[in-house]
Design a protein around this ligand. Structure first.
Ligand code: SF4
Ligand code: SF3
Length: 550
């Protein structure tokens, strides 16, 4: 075995990738990612103590946040990036240690190896990496919980970073991330302690999504019900993907008046719902579908593509020279645009676009979205009335991720076969499995309500909490809402933990349960929260609608 990674839904054989990632991650990169995470834990050992003494090194908080984010599935495949990050981590670790000592802090007698190991060469990093990965925790349940927490933290870090670039940050989120990283090294914590920490991770998951919601809506306005064009125009164009709205804004500003159009792909689709972006005439709409179709859609798009976050698929030679990365995204050989003095200069991409043909039309028409909490709550009377009269019998939260697996056809079929008096609430790229179906509406309320990106699952939680209040219910689980969530990467992990923290029960997770849940940890989730998998469409609809009658 030359690597071990089981952090995403496509883990090989449902157990883990051991030679090369199904995602395309090489064993070298996987191992260096493990070593980076280990070293971030080491930095946190000092920084948690330093924070207690009032030392606040923002560079360290930011480095830990970005380091976690860079290891998310499909974000960064570039070995050099991880070597550089590990080197920087070792320097920062020393810096924080010295700050701690200067502030009067004391070092523990038996400092963990993560806080003391050091090496200089890549060979030495590789040797070290082989000893600190997932499998270095021997107890299967402790390993499962530690990784569940770390994956939740990765998702949390990603959302914290999106808020951070918009000047929103929450010190308590940084503190928690670092405290939890340290806890995953602590041999005295047993499974119960780690279950409690997992639940606490969910609390901060809610906080970080609320923070990002505030950052996005304060900066760009509340998403509005919007018709999004999925066809093309006859101009050269840039395609932007990922989740970073600040990059979206900068690209729209810099392309204005250049004759170059802008289209969104995958998780950037919800940018079309924000008032601040609608004012740009050269913002045409959305091109294509979820991330995993990029190998075909980037090809036919013809113009350059800007990847602002996950999910990047290792690019094909035929369009590789047109793909640009920024922020935590990376892939060897792709051009990377860094921020310089707080600004990103996309002029190279714009000039590139001018040399390219306009996109090939692959679809035509419009899709509707923008049903974030403010919109839906403004329709609350209508929604409540529809529930009271029985016009809407049940809501299905089908948020989350899309992925390559054939078994995800389940979600298309599930959406198609749901009774006509049900409404789907969605967020994240999972929506592409059914957002172009003709599912109709109920008294003017579309049967698929898209709140936005995966982090906008927060909106769905706000809507649920509001409905609970309107219907004067004691428990959120008394609402006529079922949860059939599709997951793929670690942002979905933090969304799941956030929902558990809010008390949501009986969430079904598919298309497969996470490989990183050991049988005992899975049992805890089943026993305490009623978490379940999915089976076949007919049986599941029956089961969910049966719950409705119960
Ligand atoms: Fe495998 Fe997923 Fe890890 Fe990639 S991220 S190596 S596909 S488990
Ligand atoms: Fe999709 Fe990668 Fe998760 Fe933000 S773009 S939801 S998978």
């Amino acid at each position: 075995m030359s690597m071990f990674c089981y952090q995403c839904q496509e883990a090989a054989k449902g157990t883990g990738c051991t030679v090369r990632g199904v995602c395309g991650k090489t064993n070298d990169v996987a191992n260096l990612q493990d070593l980076l995470i280990y070293t971030l834990k080491g930095i946190s050992i000092y920084n948690v103590e330093a924070k207690k003494l009032g030392v606040n090194n923002e560079e360290v908080d930011k480095f830990i946040m970005e380091g976690l984010f860079a290891t998310i599935t499909n974000a960064n495949f570039d070995q050099k990036v991880f070597i550089d990050k590990i080197r920087k981590a070792l320097v920062l670790r020393e810096e924080v240690k010295n700050e701690l000592l200067k502030a009067g802090g004391k070092l523990e007698d038996n400092l963990h190896d993560a806080a003391t190991w050091t090496a200089e060469t890549v060979e030495a990093f590789t040797t070290k990496a082989a000893t600190v990965g997932v499998l270095s925790t021997e107890n299967e349940d402790v390993r499962s919980l530690r990784e569940l927490i770390v994956y939740g933290l990765k998702g949390m870090a990603a959302y914290a970073k999106h808020a951070y670039v918009l000047n929103y940050k929450d010190e308590s989120i940084f503190e928690f991330i670092q405290k939890a990283l340290v806890a995953t090294l602590n041999e005295t914590l047993n499974a119960d302690d780690l279950v409690a920490l997992t639940m606490e991770t969910g609390k901060y998951g809610v906080d970080v999504m609320a923070l990002l919601d505030k950052a996005n809506t304060t900066t760009y306005g509340n998403p509005e019900i919007s018709k999004v064009n999925i066809g093309v125009r006859n101009n050269p164009a840039i395609l932007i993907s990922g989740h970073d709205l600040k990059d979206m804004e900068a690209l729209l500003q810099q392309t204005q008046g250049t004759g170059v159009d802008v289209y969104t792909h995958s998780e950037m689709l919800p940018a079309n719902y924000y008032p601040a972006f609608k004012k740009y005439d050269h913002f045409v709409g959305n091109y294509g579908n979820a991330w995993w179709k990029q190998d075909k859609e980037f090809e036919s798009f013809n113009g350059p593509i800007l990847m602002t976050t996950n999910c990047l698929v290792p690019p094909k030679a035929s369009y590789k020279e047109r793909v640009y990365t920024t922020s935590v995204v990376g892939f060897e050989g792709l051009k990377h645009i860094d921020e310089v003095n707080g600004k990103k200069d996309f002029s190279q991409i714009i000039e590139h676009a001018k040399q390219c043909q306009s996109p090939v039309e692959i679809e035509r028409g419009e899709i509707v979205g923008g049903f974030a909490h403010s919109t839906v709550l403004s329709l609350a009377d209508k929604v409540v009335e529809a529930v009271k009269t029985g016009a809407i019998k049940r809501f299905f939260v089908m948020a989350g991720c899309d992925g390559r697996m054939k078994s995800r056809d389940y979600y298309t079929e599930f959406a198609e076969k749901l009774p006509k008096d049900t409404v789907i609430l969605t967020a994240g790229c999972a929506k592409y499995r059914y957002n172009k179906l003709e599912l109709g509406d109920i008294g003017g309320i579309p049967r698929v309500l898209d709140a936005g990106q995966c982090n906008d699952s927060y909106s769905l939680a706000v809507i649920a909490l509001k409905l609970k209040e309107v219907f004067e219910l004691e428990d959120i689980n008394e609402l006529p809402i079922s949860y059939n969530i599709a997951w793929y990467e670690q942002k979905a992990v933090i969304v799941l933990l956030a929902l558990l923290h809010l008390g949501v029960k009986n969430i079904h997770l598919g298309p497969t349960l996470p490989a990183f849940l050991s049988p005992n940890v899975a049992k805890v989730l089943v026993d305490n929260f009623g978490i379940g998998g999915v089976t076949d469409v007919e049986s599941d609809i029956k089961m969910f609608m049966g719950e409705a009658l119960a």
